[in-house]
Design a protein around this ligand. Structure first.
Ligand code: DC
Length: 212
């Protein structure tokens, strides 16, 4: 089984993906980490994230087995990841790894921006998880504060909106729901309720398939 989960930043998709993988005994890949790792490699080498040649070389040289996840979550890398992710050759270089991962038995949960549309268009279940920008900004602020970091809600909101726009307007695999994705609005749901809603969708799809 392949479960494809897409959506904007701080929509809850990452936590939902992790918990679904645990519940169903599936492998999980947070595909955003791939773009973050490319961004980090470019920045560490002293280049700006829109240096296309450096970004393509970093994507080609990436070893996804060696990620230090916490080092990839800084604000600078978050912003730079969105920039390298708009480069078509970077996306192409990361495609094989994601598609091979998607074939792992007994199945996988992948979360990102283009999983249901480009990486795994044949996924059994596709979820598009979203929430209002204001609620997503509040969640991000709570996360940052929990890590002991300073956070200004208006600044966080402006960053989120700018990044969503870049991710949605780019020509290469933009953030958008697949035509057959199930939309899950988490604006008024806490994470447990969002997970229950995701499970309900998955169970409905599986039951429908058995009947069909
Ligand atoms: O999910 P995230 O915030 O860790 O993703 C970081 C950036 O990578 C985000 O701005 C968009 C990009 N991304 C992408 O373009 N396609 C994916 N499948 C996953 C992430």
């Amino acid at each position: 089984m392949i479960i494809a989960i897409d959506g904007p930043a701080a929509s809850g998709k990452g936590t939902i993906a992790r918990r679904l993988a645990h519940k169903y005994g599936l492998h999980h890949l947070d595909t955003g980490l791939l773009y973050r790792a490319v961004a980090k490699a470019v920045l560490d080498a002293g280049f700006p994230p829109d240096d296309i040649g450096q970004a393509i070389a970093a994507a080609a040289a990436l070893d996804p087995e060696k990620f230090d996840e916490s080092a990839l979550k800084t604000q600078q890398i978050t912003e730079a990841a969105s920039v390298v992710a708009a480069i078509p050759q970077v996306r192409a270089a990361l495609m094989n790894y994601q598609r091979a991962f998607a074939q792992k038995p007994p199945g996988v949960v992948l979360d990102g921006r283009d999983i249901g549309t480009v990486i795994a268009p044949a996924a059994e279940v596709k979820l598009f998880v979203f929430a209002s920008p204001q609620v997503r900004a509040k969640r991000r602020v709570a996360e940052l504060k929990a890590r002991g970091e300073e956070a200004d809600e208006q600044a966080v909101l402006a960053d989120l909106v700018r990044r969503d726009e870049r991710d949605s307007r780019r020509a290469a695999a933009p953030l958008m729901p697949a035509p057959d994705a199930h939309l899950l609005d988490t604006t008024h749901l806490d994470i447990d309720a969002a997970l229950r809603a995701a499970v309900a969708i998955i169970e409905a799809v599986r039951t429908g398939r058995k009947r069909g």
